[in-house]
Design a protein around this ligand. Sequence first.
Ligand code: GTP
Length: 568
Amino acid sequence: MAHPARQWTLRRRFTRLLLFAALIPALLFSAVMLWQQYRASRTSLGERVGLSASLTSTSIDDFMRSRLAGLTLLASTRDAPLADWSPDLDRLRQAYPGLTSALVVDATGHVVAASPAPPPGVLGTPASRVDDRDYFTVPARTRKPHVSDAFRGRVVGNTPLVAISAPIVRNDELVGVLEASINVESFARQRGEAFRMNGYEMLLLDRGNHVIHATGGLPYGFMDAVSDPRLTIEADAPSNTARTRFEHDMLDGSAGYVARARMSSGWTLVLVAPVRNLLLSVGRNTLVLLALLMLVSLGVLAATWLQLRDLAQGTGHLLDTLRKFALGDPLDTGEQAPMPRELQPVASAIRDMSGRLNTAYGELSNALITQRDLAASLQRVVDDRDQEIADRTAELRNAVDELEKLASIDALTGALNVRGFRRDIGALVEDPECEDMSVGALIIDIDHFKAYNDRYGHPAGDTALRRVVGAMQSCMRGASDTLARVGGEEFAILLRDADIALAIEVAQRICDTVRDARIPHADGIDGVITISIGIAAQPSPELMDHLLSQADEALYRAKRAGRGRISR
Ligand SMILES: Nc1nc2c(ncn2[C@@H]2O[C@H](COP(=O)(O)OP(=O)(O)OP(=O)(O)O)[C@@H](O)[C@H]2O)c(=O)[nH]1
């Protein structure tokens, strides 16, 4: 079975083409680009986080070194008794912002001067002993400046602190330690917030891997011990060297880069950069790209739909024009109609075609008129010929009928001859309406006709024959009776619808009429021509030869009985 042709529209096909030929490749291309961008960004993130860790650790080191230099200078140059250093401590704190407090500790670990000034009565008490703090014990032991681990203030406040300290040595003897506490917030918070704004987390660990500072995204507080080996760095690592690794399970399961840098103070700076932010960035780029693609596609679709609409209007106008032209209207390809220039050649072609069609139509009409005239004249000739043939046929038929008639009639007497008689008998036998019709037959012979010819001559014999026939015909009932000359002076009469009685009646009348005609015949009966008649009849036209034979036998009997009579 033939399938109907598939229907499609330019707009739907163009939409599919745009989808398959442009949008899907664009999406694939975008996916590859975004994947490459993600890979490059990931690599770049690793490099950046390492560099940032290195720079930040150096920056914090510089911060500490600059303050430690001031502290060392003061510790090595001041000659006044330790208890009188409070004004120097104040100046030191003014010169180096970020110093929360400054202390002068004697060689036994007692605070002897402080800035800001402690509550009255604190100095000189056990509460002012700091000989358990590393910022005292280390410089006292090593006679070198020192940067402490994290601790909380005891004498002045309870804030998260680190300390820098320098030994006070006079004449090669330790007389005390100059110490300054630095609020961790002063050098760590701003840096940490800057990193957080970029999606990083910052962790600053002291030598014992206790937290000096941790940004809000990390699960650590001040002085918490950090044992995660991915965040710490071995003790013998050189300073200012960032070590960056990619870890798969950081910060609540997110993967990310971890950069660790050992500082000259012995602290460790850790930066964690989760790639989740990269994924968010890639996701944002993806959304922007998709939105851009969508806008471009919608723009292309809108432009194409408008073009197709204009094209459809133009072609629709041309089709209307052609339809009207086909219905007989004059052609108007729309000089005024809005039509794109691309369709103008089509309109021009239609105009040319219509011109040729009009010319061809005119020529065809003329040819049809000529052909119609020719056909009419030919028809007239044919009609004339037909009429002529019909006339000739009628004449021939009449001639044939005449010939037929002549061939059936005896030329001497005008009665039917044997051929005509046989034809009548045949028609009677064949006629179904005469199937049950009784028929009678008379066989008639002129008596002593040889003698007549002998006495009066043959021409007189012919005349006598014609007179006898005339007499017999006068006795017949009409068209239903047939008279035929079946021999030289022998006749037969066929009587339709006649039984034997009627046949006898007609035969007797004929016999009497011929006698009464009184045609002189000196050798005949009573001096006139007489006839003898044999009669037969039967109830149907069947076996006509038998009927005629019976009549012939009856004639024989009439002759033998003396002639001039009838016999059955
Ligand atoms: N004039 C003339 N004579 C004819 C014609 N046809 C036949 N005859 C004659 O008719 C005669 C018939 O004679 P036959 O047959 O002997 O019979 P018949 O003399 O009539 O004697 P029966 O019939 O016995 O009374 C012959 O002499 C034929 O020549 C014809 O057309 N014209």
